[in-house]
Design a protein around this ligand. Structure first.
Ligand code: SAM
Length: 243
């Protein structure tokens, strides 16, 4: 199994915001590691892979971060990337949101306090068949928890890989809404849709034809500026908010 579902989490006893990775203590002045099932909700139960992916994403995010930046992490999970950004002093404000309440409770408990309030995490009770089947709001109706034109850099690590097309279109529009003119967004996708389709799959895994995704982004006001290629098994694309 490579992903923990909501059901797995719901059936795990003793799992709450104060649980940490069982094999290691929480050392003074270090960040706790999430419990393994929560880690699994972001795609891997393996600690080295969790750290490698988070570290790699944080390096890419840092590459595009200017001093004084506001960063938005769309579908932040339990802070796999955020944990590697907490010491990045270029980040004035970090906002992450996710549909999995346990992840948000955990990041609020363990990550926010270490950032003197620079990092905030929000729960969005959106329905997602795999991650939040009892959610009360449709993703396509959700307004990201940041103001218009307030974000320098938004990123979505393995998030659009779980969005149905209707939700994807809405999230691209929301991303454009919150970005400053010239602001950037880094998005990862799987790029092998079913033959004869441009967008396919379920909320467990979505694939999209790259040209189609770029068209959808352009329709939302986002222009492709860089295609760095593979990052940890997904294709990443960098867009800029058109002025
Ligand atoms: C594969 S995990 C990646 C998590 C995180 N970005 C990371 O790199 O560790 C996908 C995440 O998307 C979240 N998610 C699913 N649908 C969402 C939505 N509509 N809005 C925000 N987050 C969502 C899930 O709860 C899960 O944490």
């Amino acid at each position: 199994m490579t992903n923990t579902t909501y059901q797995d989490l719901a059936q795990t006893p003793d799992l709450d915001a104060a649980s940490t990775f069982a094999d290691y203590p929480v050392w003074t002045h270090t960040l706790a590691l999430p419990p393994q099932p929560l880690m699994g909700s972001t795609g891997t139960y393996e600690l080295p892979i969790f750290l490698l992916v988070g570290h790699s994403w944080a390096q890419v995010v840092s590459h595009f971060t200017k001093p004084g930046s506001t960063i938005l992490d769309i579908g932040c999970g339990c802070g796999k990337t955020a944990r590697f950004l907490t010491n990045n002093q270029h980040i004035a404000r970090y906002v992450g949101f996710d549909v999995l309440k346990l992840s948000i409770d955990w990041t609020r408990h363990y990550l926010s306090p270490a950032t003197q309030g620079r990092f905030e995490f929000h729960h969005a009770d959106l329905r997602n068949e795999m991650y939040n089947p009892h959610g009360t709001i449709q993703a396509c109706d959700y307004r990201f928890p940041v103001a218009d034109g307030s974000v320098d850099l938004a990123f979505a690590a393995s998030l659009f890989t779980h969005l149905l097309e209707r939700d994807c279109r809405h999230y691209l529009r929301e991303t454009a809404r919150v970005l400053k003119a010239g602001g950037r967004t880094i998005i990862s996708v799987h790029m092998e849709p079913a033959p004869g389709t441009r967008y396919s799959g379920t909320e467990a895994r979505i694939d999209v034809e790259i040209e189609f995704f770029v068209e959808l982004a352009a329709g939302a006001g986002l222009k492709l500026i860089e295609r760095p290629g593979d990052l940890c098994g997904q294709e990443i694309l960098v867009f800029e908010r058109v002025a």
